[in-house]
Design a protein around this ligand. Structure first.
Ligand SMILES: [Zn+2]
Ligand SMILES: [Zn+2]
Length: 140
């Protein structure tokens, strides 16, 4: 009887582990590109841990929102997910799911993304050919 009880307990623990590991995301972002730019490395630090936390600890929806895409995030396993900075929406086409960020997270992440792009020399020029993020000026 005791043996049976122990076996049951082990089974319960095992199945709980399996269930939770299935529902947990495992995104490992390594680089980022804006529109058709080259990929810029997404190096370790606060911007990266912020993104990792958003991607892995948020509740994704099992549908692909109709959305534009201006950023693409590359994962360690070479999978890509799309991001639309205006609406704060991630789309994972491979798995048919999407994630829409809260406004404060969207603003914070967009700030990180633009700085990462500027650091790799991809700028966001205004009509005066000056980057609206870092102030870099385009020279002809
Ligand atoms: Zn959108
Ligand atoms: Zn810039």
């Amino acid at each position: 009887m005791k043996k049976l009880l122990a076996l049951c307990l082990i089974l319960i623990v095992l199945s709980t582990c399996l269930l939770t590991s299935c529902s947990v995301n495992n995104y490992k972002p390594i680089s980022l590109k804006y529109q058709n730019s080259d990929y810029a490395p997404y190096t370790d630090g606060e911007p990266k841990s912020f993104l990792v936390d958003l991607l892995n600890n948020s509740k994704w929806h099992n549908d692909v929102a109709k959305c534009d895409c201006d950023y693409t995030v590359m994962m360690k396993n070479q999978r890509e997910i799309s991001y639309h900075s205006e609406s704060g929406t991630f789309i994972d086409y491979d798995f048919g799911k999407s994630l829409t960020l809260r406004e404060e997270d969207r603003v914070k992440l967009n700030d990180y993304f633009t700085v990462i792009m500027c650091e790799s020399n991809v700028h966001f020029f205004d009509e005066n050919h000056r980057c609206t993020i870092c102030g870099f000026e385009m020279t002809e």
